[in-house]
Design a binder for this molecule. Structure first.
Ligand code: PAF
Length: 281
């Protein structure tokens, strides 16, 4: 695996990998890799001729009171995992390489960036779309792989790719869960034993909504009400949002008549976790 810390090195390595019409897949990450990330790498390996992974804890997508400084960093371990998966290129730049200072240009997907996580985390999606655009420009992948767990992020990135004509196919990969159902996340590492148990309420609330849906309920507010009752039984977890929305526009849906995203975010202690399911009538 070629490890690149600078933009010219990474650009050259990706251009080499793409020579002779080879399809390059990119898996953008912030490191602290787990099975969820590795499932993206495996999907990229299956669908592309060469795979590049980026590891960059992107400061512009963290709010001033968020967890940028304590975000888990385990570079050597991540490298070993990626080597094992047969990744060809790892782009792991220092912050100054990406943001040398004085930047005044941002990529913003208006509207969508203020919904779901964007409402609770102002500026978050502007940081995401800016770094993802930079990665697309630097590495020029034909396909990029993102987890369905970050469903709002996926919607925002898809819209950015459409509006700015990036020649990149966006591939969404299914949520990977722990054996007890908790969606895998690098932030799960913050949870102590009690919090780890309480965190299961996110999935329980989604399952409850899904059961109601399967028994015929189609009115979104009724499903939301049922899910909030599940949260009420776990008072130490603070619900941020439980929403039922169109997966592309992230607009609320009143009645479920087509593919619909059910998304939840909650604070377990100081750790903000998200999860979702897709309902298909
Ligand atoms: O999903 C993530 O890990 C990040 O938001 C991403 C896409 C790597 C951008 O920093």
């Amino acid at each position: 695996m070629k490890i690149c810390a600078t933009i010219p090195e990474a650009r050259a390595a990706c251009r080499d990998a793409r020579a002779n019409r080879k399809r390059l897949g990119l898996v953008p990450t912030m490191g602290a890799l787990h099975e969820g990330h590795l499932s993206l790498v495996r999907a990229a390996k299956a669908q592309c001729d060469a795979v590049a992974v980026s590891i960059f804890v992107n400061p512009t997508q963290f709010g001033p009171t968020e967890d940028l400084s304590k975000y888990p960093r385990q570079f050597d371990h991540d490298c070993r995992l990626l080597e094992k998966e047969g990744v060809e290129i790892l782009f792991a730049p220092p912050v100054e390489e990406i943001y040398p200072g004085g930047e005044v240009t941002w990529v913003l997907v208006e509207g969508l960036s203020e919904k779901l996580d964007g409402r609770s985390r102002p500026g978050h999606f502007r940081g995401v779309t800016t770094i993802v655009s930079k990665l697309f420009h630097i590495l020029e992948p034909e396909a990029a792989f993102f987890g369905q767990k970050d469903a709002a992020q996926l919607a925002v990135i898809r819209r950015m790719v459409q509006d700015l004509n990036f020649p990149v196919e966006i591939v969404a990969c299914p949520i990977v869960r722990e054996p007890d159902g908790l969606a895998m996340s690098s932030r799960n590492a913050y949870l102590n034993r009690e919090e780890r148990g309480r965190a299961l309420v996110l999935q329980r609330s989604l399952q409850h909504a899904q059961q109601e849906f399967q028994t015929g309920e189609r009115i979104a507010v009724k499903l939301i009400y049922a899910a909030k009752e599940v949260f009420a039984r776990e008072p130490k977890v603070a619900l941020d949002y439980f929403e039922i929305v169109d997966p592309d526009t992230l607009d609320s849906v009143e009645r479920i008549s087509q593919k619909t995203l059910v998304a939840v975010a909650a604070y377990v202690g100081s750790t903000r976790l998200i999860d979702n399911i897709v309902l298909n009538p």
